[in-house]
Design a protein around this ligand. Structure first.
Ligand SMILES: [Zn+2]
Length: 289
């Protein structure tokens, strides 16, 4: 082989690698988006996603595209004997993709696997105490988000969340908010924001609201679930559930928090709630604080 041949081959390999790394994802996405949305998926959106009919047509179109890309790119794995169906794929994808509407996004690029259990699953992990001793801890969970490309969900709780849209509890919104949070490199309640200035107001508003929730009696009524007082990451996930499911009440009682989330998610779920009125007015598991 001549040096010129080796050099040219090397150049071609570099060009191919660059195309694969930079252009192929966008090319593949365009191909997936160009496919028609299956009518049976459309029927599932109509019947299973309560706010779908209240969304603007452009939001509905965007959600369909996001769902197509999400389902094509993620692997669903049934656990404990569960057979994953198209209904499960669409119901989970639709809720996860609500968090991406109107935002610059790569459809949870670092997420690859969704493990789905029929119901509550037992998670075992090692925990380290304050003096460094490691022990094993087991807990029953309804959902779990990992920063290594996995989300774990219990299907009966997914169904509960989508069936009771206005109770402020939704395991899919919760776990995928954690996924967004982890895109910043640390799951700490601060996702990637759009401007430097946004971090300052986010820290102020979220810090104040988190501390207020932490000071509350955990048995007292609260619009934002007391589980959010666990740490700032859980607070962001729980606040996301409230933002999408009880937006009017969040706007009334936590306006600055609502505004931060509305700026981040680039939408106002009150529009959907109003178009769905009157059935959701005054609903919710707890009275407002
Ligand atoms: Zn959580």
């Amino acid at each position: 082989m001549t040096p010129v041949f080796v050099f040219c081959t090397l150049i071609l390999v570099v060009i191919a690698a660059l195309w694969y790394a930079l252009a192929w994802p966008a090319w593949r996405r365009r191909r997936i988006v160009a496919r028609s949305f299956p009518p049976e998926w459309e029927a599932l959106l109509d019947s299973r996603l309560p706010i779908f009919a209240a969304m603007r047509p452009d939001q509905q179109d965007e959600l369909r595209d996001l769902i197509k890309v999400f389902i094509a790119g993620k692997t669903y794995i049934g656990c404990a004997g569960l057979d994953v169906t198209d209904e499960m794929r669409v119901v989970i994808a639709a809720q996860a993709c609500l968090l991406l509407l109107g935002r610059p996004t790569h459809e949870y690029a670092d997420l690859h696997y969704i493990y789905l259990f029929p119901s509550t699953f037992r998670a075992t992990r090692e925990v380290r105490n304050e003096i460094g001793l490691v022990s094993t801890e087991s807990r029953d969970l309804l959902g779990e988000s990992w920063d290594n490309g996995r989300v774990v969900l219990a299907w009966d709780d997914v169904e509960h969340g989508v069936r009771n849209w206005h109770d402020g509890e939704n395991v899919v919104l919760h776990e995928f908010a954690h996924q967004l949070d982890s895109e910043s490199g640390a799951t700490n309640g601060v996702p990637l924001l759009y401007t430097k200035a946004a971090y300052k107001t986010w820290a102020y508003v979220f810090g104040r609201e988190f501390e207020a929730l932490a000071r509350q009696d955990p048995h007292s009524p609260s619009l934002i679930d007391h589980y959010g007082a666990t740490n700032p990451a859980e607070f962001f996930a729980v606040a996301t559930e409230t933002f999408f499911e009880e937006p009017e009440r969040m706007y009334a009682h936590h306006r600055e928090l609502f505004t931060e989330l509305s700026t981040y998610y680039r939408l106002d779920p009150r529009e959907w709630q109003r178009r769905n009125a009157p059935r959701e007015t005054g609903t919710g598991k707890l009275s407002a604080p």
